[in-house]
Every structure is written in C-alpha cells, then in structure tokens.
Design a protein around this ligand. Structure first.
Ligand code: GDD
Ligand code: MN
Length: 381
C-alpha cells in the first residue's frame, strides 16, 4: 500500500493545508508540530500548517513564532471571536492547499495518520475522509469514563439521519478545497457548536465518506474546552441541519398544490373542448392548457425567485419536463401493474404511485433545470 503512495507522489503530490484550532495549547503545539511536520515530509507531502488561536494569552503566539523558524507554520489569531467551529472555518477559508486537513492541537489525533487521510481522498469518488474511532482498527485510550463514552455514542446516534459514517463526531478529517469552497459559496455554513465535520459532510453534499481508523488519545496537556453549553449547542445544530435537509419541502408542497389545481383545469378544459373538438384532439388541448396553467403558477409562485432564463425558454423546458414526467408516471404504474400481483388487483394504487413518481420527477427537473437560479442564495440578494 505504501509503495502506491510513493508512486503517486511522483506523479502529482497535492499541497496539503493542515488547520489546527487551538485555544490555550501553548504546551501541546511544540509537541504536535514537529511530529506532524516529520510525518508530512516522510510522506513527501508539501504542506502549510495553519494554527487558529483565539488570543489565548498563554504564550501561544511566542511558541508559534519559534516554531515558524523551523516548520511551515502560520498563526492566525482571532481577537474577538471564540469557538471551535468558527475557528476551523476561519482557517479553512485561508488555506491554500488542494487538500484540507483539520485536527486538534492536543495530540488526541495521531499526526502520523495525516498521510493516510490524504491518500484516502485520492480516490475519485471519495469526497470526505474521517479519522475514525469507531471502525475496525480504531479506538479510544483508556480512561474514557462511561459518561464520556455514552455521551459520544448518543451524539453519534443523533447524527444518524444526516450521515451513515461510524464516527461523524470526529474533529480529524480531510476534504478537497474545491469541495469546501463550493459548500462555503453555495450554502451558509453554520459555525455554532463544535461538530464542524458533520456540518461539512452535510452541506458539502458529500456522498462517499471514507473512514480511516485512528486511536484517539487522551489530550497530552491541559483540559478539554468543550463545555455543557457546547453540548446544548449540538442540539441546536442538529435542528438547523434538519431545517437544511428539509429546505425543499415548502416548494415541493407548492408544486404539488399547483399540480392538483392543474388537474381540475385539465378536466374543465376537456369538457369545454369536447363541445367543439373530437376526443383525441380535445384531450391534447386540455393537457396543453393544464401544462400552461401549471407553468404560469409555478413560475409566479413556487419558483418566484428563479427567473434566470427567458420565459419562452423556461416554458419549453417545462413542457419537456412534463412530457418526460408523464412517461415516468405511465411506466411506473404500468410496470407495477404488470409485475406485482397486488397492483394487478388494485391498478388505482399503481396509478397513484405513478402520479407521485411523475410529480417528483417534474419537481426535480423543474428545480434543477427549468427554474434553476437564485433560489438557494436568496438571502444574499
Ligand atoms: N481557536 C479555538 N477556539 N480553538 C478551540 C476552541 C476555541 O474556542 N475550543 C476548542 N478549541 C481547540 C482545542 O484547542 C483543541 O485543539 C480542539 O479544538 C479540540 O478541543 P478539546 O477541548 O480538546 O475538545 P475535546 O477533546 O473535548 O473534543 C474533541 O474530541 C471530540 C470527539 O470526542 C474534538 O476533536 C471534537 O471535535 C470531537 O468531536
Ligand atoms: Mn481534546
């Protein structure tokens, strides 16, 4: 395995930025930085180390000045702000590397594992890597009381709706700078609480989270900075993540409502058209009228803030999406009816599932293509 790392390095070594949030870590920094730097050099990785300190006043800046003489260390001191997640964001926004690593200053996270995290990110479909305590080969040092263990387990369980990673609470992780930048530009990153890794996994839309086993050590010097208040903040954080996950729901409801009124319009138009037209033509006219009605209200109401394309362009795309949606609806219901005995007895249920499938298809196509635009960034307009 290590030879492949060597090989790859010759071809294209990424530049790595390691962000270390540090509050009152003057005693630990002179231990972690040489070890980290040695691990990076041994792996042939070019790197910068960004320490984000919140004006600790414990000699951190003098320690960093000394370290900077020998190691690629940069100190970022924030004067008025405090907080682990916002410190990490501060560092990530200033990082220049292709690969971004975040780790604690207190040697809980083994610096020697950093190259493994970088390597795991090298696979094309992996977009986030966690240094994980809870997969095979990982663990925590002795001395974790039952309370801390239980706390960690419950917190992990509560994150389950957002990610299936075994250790999403980890403060040791890696991601590409492009992934981070995209999330930072398109979504509001929430710096409350201290689970910035979880926040990034969700907001970066990371699909494949790879976990590398680590032994989580007890901190070398000093005490933990994470108070009960931070635990409560975690609850608020989960609430915000749930809101974020459900952010499309109001639009989906509006879209469904418009679709329902469209069905009524379809029937009325059909009845009227039948007065002067033969059935096949009357059906076609009614469907077209309903589609136009749906387009008008979705443009005006459901996606009122997404007017990037011309009206005619949007109208044609919308009609295209509806036609494909109709095929999806038809294929779903007929497929179910044909393949599943239950639906053979109850074709109406198959039709309802088909309608739901077709509507969802229309909604996704409308959001992504037809009415694509400012929706997600409205707050900044
Ligand atoms: N700049 C800055 N500002 N850094 C901070 C702050 C802050 O307000 N609070 C904490 N840090 C830094 C610490 O100096 C340390 O380097 C790192 O963030 C983690 O803080 P600890 O106080 O050591 O937290 P912990 O050991 O209880 O929690 C760690 O383990 C958890 C899993 O059990 C962290 O890695 C968590 O992210 C992780 O979830
Ligand atoms: Mn710690």
């Amino acid at each position: 395995m290590s030879t492949s790392v060597e090989d790859r390095r010759v071809i294209a070594a990424p530049i790595v930025s390691v962000v270390i949030p540090a509050y009152r870590e003057a005693e630990n920094l002179p231990v972690i930085i040489p070890r980290l730097s040695a691990a990076l050099s041994k792996a042939g990785l070019e790197a910068e180390i960004i320490i984000v300190d919140d004006d600790s006043g414990d000699g951190t800046s003098e320690v960093c000045q000394d370290l900077a003489k020998q190691y690629p260390v940069r100190l970022e001191t924030r004067q008025k702000e405090r907080g682990l997640s916002s410190a990490v964001l501060h560092g990530l926004r200033r990082a220049k590397g292709d690969v971004l690593i975040v780790m604690d200053a207190d040697l809980s996270h083994p610096p020697e594992k950093v190259p493994d995290l970088v390597q795991a990110l090298d696979e094309a479909d992996v977009d986030f890597v966690l240094g994980s305590r809870y997969i095979h080969g990982g663990g925590t040092d002795e001395g974790w009381g039952f309370a801390r263990w239980l706390n960690s387990k419950v917190a992990t369980l509560m994150a389950r709706p957002f990610t299936s990673a075994a250790d999403p609470m980890a403060g040791f992780f890696a991601l590409r700078r492009t992934t981070f930048r995209r999330a930072d530009e398109e979504h509001e990153l929430n710096p409350i609480g201290y689970k910035i890794g979880l926040e990034l996994i969700v907001k970066c839309g990371c699909r494949r989270v790879q976990e590398v086993p680590i032994q989580f050590s007890n901190r070398l010097h000093g005490t933990s900075k994470l108070s009960l208040r931070e635990q409560l903040n975690y609850m608020r954080h989960l609430g915000r993540l749930a809101e974020y996950k459900l952010r499309h729901l109001p639009r989906l409801l509006k879209f469904g409502f418009v679709g329902a009124t469209g069905s009524g319009v379809d029937l009325i138009a059909f009845a009227l058209a039948l007065l002067v037209l033969p059935v096949p033509v009357a059906r076609a006219v009614a469907i077209w009228v309903a589609m136009t009605w749906n387009f008008y209200w979705n443009r005006r109401w459901t996606f009122f803030d997404s007017h990037r394309h011309s009206v005619l362009g949007q109208y044609l795309m919308f009609c295209g999406a509806c036609l494909v949606g109709a095929v999806v609806s038809w294929a779903t219901s007929v497929g179910l009816w044909h393949l599943v005995p239950f639906f053979n007895t109850y074709p109406l249920v198959a039709a309802i599932i088909g309608i739901i499938g077709g509507t969802l298809f229309n909604f996704v196509a409308s959001s992504l293509f037809v009415f694509r635009g400012k929706g997600a960034k409205r707050a900044e307009d």
